[in-house]
Write a protein that binds this ligand. Structure first.
Ligand code: 13P
Ligand code: SF4
Length: 366
């Protein structure tokens, strides 16, 4: 932050109503110079300020085509990095609270992925035989790794297309950081569970034998989302006993058994569209982040749709929750005052390799 920027402490005591006034006034002043992108998991008090909302793929496309000078991302760190990588150099990507990270993204880092690549080289030739695929929920240097090694990025809405592309390049895939998205997608493509092994980054050779690695089609990183990890197959069973006519829809970051028992599996955008397009009066059990499920409930209750949250405990993306109206007001008022705070910059060389992997993804995405 520049030394003359307005400090965040000035905003800590503001209530949401005052923030609302100031955010709207700043948006008005900044006009077309500003675009606010909001992920579906963002809390309501911030979500409604977004000019565009979407899942990770839709928001990446938005960032790539936006003409705005300032892209303020109400989401998490990797999303603002993608916005910086895909936007033009003169555009500025901003994350209102730098501590809004993604715990799943933190489960893979460049050192451990490079080590896995070296260890795989003891058994096979990874650059000939393995396509590295990183979920977009990962740091920019991992996307750059994929770019350098003939790999690609995926999101929850294009994972199947991306895996098809990956297998057209090389016989195996190293998929990180989310084992569940990798396994759920591989399984729907007909890959047997025995051919999808888990790479434990704390163990030599991922805890696998050379034989297991040679026989594997997909090597899954041992990462997961702490929010979606909470959903269990028993939650579905219990709900279905009470409401046998209900439909179940889950995000593919959920465990395998949950996705198997769900009627529909897909990205946040897919979940919203499916519930929106369902018959009036239908009942849904939804396995994804709480803020989105609450919004669905509010949005569709007037059509008589019943939307229930899958877990009996509260599962929120607590890091995305850190983007609050106070941080948004602080960010925007600084922009009005000519100060950029919390800019996200991916170093040029890293961004160039990461862009390669992201562009491959955008090309194969439906
Ligand atoms: P999508 O919105 O792309 O489905 O992703 C969910 C998610 O976990 C974002 O971090
Ligand atoms: Fe990361 Fe999970 Fe939050 Fe998505 S919901 S941003 S995967 S921690």
């Amino acid at each position: 932050m520049s030394s003359s920027a307005i400090p965040i402490q000035h905003y800590a005591q503001l209530d949401d109503a005052e923030c609302a006034q100031r955010i709207l006034a700043a948006k008005e002043r900044l006009g077309e110079r500003l675009v606010i992108l909001g992920h579906h998991y963002q809390r309501e008090e911030v979500f409604h300020y977004a000019d565009f909302t979407g899942d990770s793929l839709k928001l990446s496309r938005q960032a790539a085509t936006s003409k705005a000078e300032f892209i303020v991302f109400c989401g998490v760190h990797f999303m603002a990095e993608v916005a910086d990588i895909l936007s033009r150099p003169e555009q500025i990507s901003i994350l209102p609270d730098l501590s809004a990270g993604c715990s799943m993204a933190d489960m893979a880092n460049l050192a451990s992925v490079e080590q896995a690549w070296r260890e795989l080289a003891q058994v096979l030739d990874p650059d000939e035989q393995v396509t590295p695929v990183t979920y977009i929920n990962s740091a920019a240097d991992l996307k750059a790794f994929c770019g350098r090694h003939g790999g690609i990025v995926c999101t929850s809405s294009n994972a199947r297309k991306v895996l098809e592309w990956s297998f057209a390049q090389r016989e195996k895939v190293l998929f990180f950081p989310d084992q569940h998205l990798g396994r759920n997608t591989g399984y729907t493509m007909g890959i047997p569970l025995e051919e999808m092994v888990v790479w434990d980054f704390d163990l030599p050779l991922g805890g696998l034998s050379a034989e297991q690695i040679r026989a594997a089609k997909v090597i899954l990183w041992k990462g997961f989302c702490s929010v979606h990890q909470m959903f269990q197959a028993e939650h579905i069973d219990r709900f279905k006993e009470k409401f046998p006519e209900a439909q179940v829809i889950s995000h593919p970051e959920s465990p395998f058994e949950v996705c198997r028992k769900s009627d529909h599996v897909g990205s946040t955008e897919y979940i919203i569209n499916t519930v929106r397009d369902s018959a009036p009066g239908s009942r849904w059990l939804v396995g994804t982040e709480l803020n989105l499920v609450n919004r669905l409930h509010q949005q569709f209750k007037h059509e008589g749709k019943q939307v229930h949250f899958m877990s009996p405990t509260v599962c929120m993306c607590s890091t995305m929750f850190r983007i609050d109206p106070q941080h948004l007001a602080w960010t925007l008022e600084n922009l009005v005052a000519g100060q950029v705070v919390n800019r996200i910059v991916v170093p040029a060389e890293e961004a160039a390799s990461a862009r390669l992997a992201l562009e491959r993804m955008l090309e194969v995405s439906p």
